[in-house]
Design a protein around this ligand. Structure first.
Ligand SMILES: [Cu+2]
Length: 195
């Protein structure tokens, strides 16, 4: 008896739910999120990234990783949504050159794609969560898209005090102002729309 009654009940529920959804569609704001799967240069899955709009007009980013080297790692949003491990930077020999430079103009750490460091535990697990008003989810999905890149070294956020000098010039040099000295790219994930 239940076997016969259940499909009818289910159909009624579906009809009811879709009826509510279509009635609300013209006025309800569409909540657009983005997600990325991080892979290393060997193509192994090493984590996930989610980017969500929060109710205060900001954006929340969550990163979860496994299988990465312990310690601090620079993480940024790069300006192209292309993660090709065989795309090698001719200057540094780093993979994922295809992801392009940091998203946004200006110098480090003022690019809109500059993010806090990820701290990875001894067992390779890392978790990072933060809010930002530097970008909205939509900004990451327009044009060429964008990608999240994890680097081999910590990002110094160009925090090089003037007591450090090189060739007579104090403070951060051009290389530091480009990417915070975070080294090669060890994982990359293309951000994709996720409703
Ligand atoms: Cu980067």
């Amino acid at each position: 008896m239940f076997r016969h009654a259940y499909p009818a009940l289910a159909a009624a529920l579906v009809a009811g739910v879709s009826g509510i959804a279509s009635a609300q569609a013209p006025t309800a704001p569409r909540d657009v999120d983005a997600t990325a799967t991080l892979t290393n240069a060997q193509g192994q899955n090493v984590g996930t990234v989610s980017v969500e709009s929060d109710e205060n007009g900001g954006t929340e980013v969550k990163i979860r990783t496994t299988g990465l080297p312990p310690g601090f790692h620079g993480v940024h949003i790069h300006e192209k949504g292309v993660c090709d491990p065989n795309s090698i930077d001719p200057a540094t020999r780093s993979p994922f050159h295809s992801a392009g430079p940091h998203l946004g103009s200006g110098s480090h750490p003022g690019h809109i794609g500059d993010l806090p460091d990820l701290l990875v535990r001894g067992d390779g697990v890392g978790r990072l969560s933060f809010v930002t008003d530097r970008f909205r989810v939509e900004d990451l999905l327009s044009g060429d898209g964008s990608s999240v890149v994890v680097h081999a070294k910590p990002d110094n956020q160009a925090n090089v005090p003037d007591r450090y000098s090189r060739s007579g010039a104090a403070g951060p040099d051009a290389e530091t102002l480009k990417a915070g000295d975070s080294g090669g790219r060890i994982a990359c994930g293309v951000l994709r729309r996720d409703y």
